[in-house]
Design a protein around this ligand. Sequence first.
Ligand code: ASP
Length: 350
Amino acid sequence: MTRTVSLAALSVLFLLAHPPLQAQAPAGDEELPVVHVLATGGTISNTEGDRLTGEDLVRSLPGVEDVARITVEQFSNVASGAISLSQWLAMERRIDELFQERPDLAGVVVTHGTDTMEETAYFLDLTLGHCRPVVVTGAMRRATALGADGPANLLNSIRLAVSEEAREIGVVVLMNDEVFPGREAVKVSTSRMHAFRAPGAGRFGVTDPDAVFLERTVPTRSCEAPSFDLSGVEELPRVELIYTALGADGALVRAAVEAGAEGIVMAAVGRGGTTPGQREALAEARENGVVVVLSSRTGEGRVPVARGEGETGALLGAGDLNPQKARILLMLALTRTDDPDELRTIFRTH
Ligand code: ASP
C-alpha cells in the first residue's frame, strides 16, 4: 500500500520542527535584547527565481543567537519599487504598534530593496514618534550571489539596533558597514556595494567587527511625538515628481494638474531652474492651488526654501532634500496645511 503524505501534513511537520519566529515569544538567552525584523523583500531576499522569507534570512545568520533574541514578520515580499503608499502607512502603523506594545523591544530592522530604501527611511523618520532604532537594510547582491552582502548587512543592523550608542538613534539606513541618517541616505550607485551616501554630510557611523561607532551628531527628532501624526490619514495627497531637461515644455506639469495633483516637486536644474515652458505651466498650476516645490537634479547642495514665487512659478525650494525626499515631505506637509508660510517653515525645519 502506498502512503501519501499531503502537503498540509508536511507543512505541519515542518512548522513543528521550525516554529515561525514571529509566532514565538522571542527565544534564546533572556539576558539578550529583543529585535524585531520586518521583512519586505528586495534583493536581500532574492535567489534565482524565488524569494527568501525574513525567517530564512535570520536563520542564515551565524552567531545571531549571541547578539539578540529575534522575532520576524513578513510584511511583504516584493521589489521595493512595488511598495505602495498605503503599505507605507501600514508599515508606520505596525512599527508604532510594536514600540507601543513591546517596551522590551530594543529596535526594529526593516529588510528592504535598496532602490527605494531612502524613501521609506525618510518617510518613517518623519512619521514615527519614537527614538528607538529602526534600521533599514538590504543588499546589493542577491542571496545566492558570490559575495552576497545581505547576511552581513542584516547581522550588522541587528548589532546596531542593540548597541548602547544607538539607543535613541531613530531611523537609519545601514549598508556595507556604514550607517546613514534616514533623512540623508541616498542611493548613488546602481550596483556597487558602497551604493549609499549622505551627500554633503557624510556617513553617520560604521559597524566594525568589534563595535559600532557613531562618528557625528545628527539633528534629533522628538522622541515623544512624530513630526507628522498620521492617525486618521487613510491616503497621502497626490504629489507628482517632474524632471527638468532642456527643451521640456509644460505638458507633464499640465498632465499632473489634470490628474489631480495637490503638489508638484520639480527635479529642477542647478539651484532650482526650469525651462520657460515649464515655468509657465507651473505658474498656471499654482493659480489652480497646486503647491510647487523646486528641488534639484544635481545630487548635492541646496535649493533655498526662499527660492520660489516670482518667475519660477514655484512656492518654495526644497533645501537640501533631493526630489524624491522632497516629494515625501510635501505629501506629509499637505496632510496638515496648504498655507504657504507654514509650508516654508516645514521645509526649513525637516
Ligand atoms: N530591485 C531591488 C529592490 O527591490 C534592488 C535591491 O534590493 O537592491 O529595490
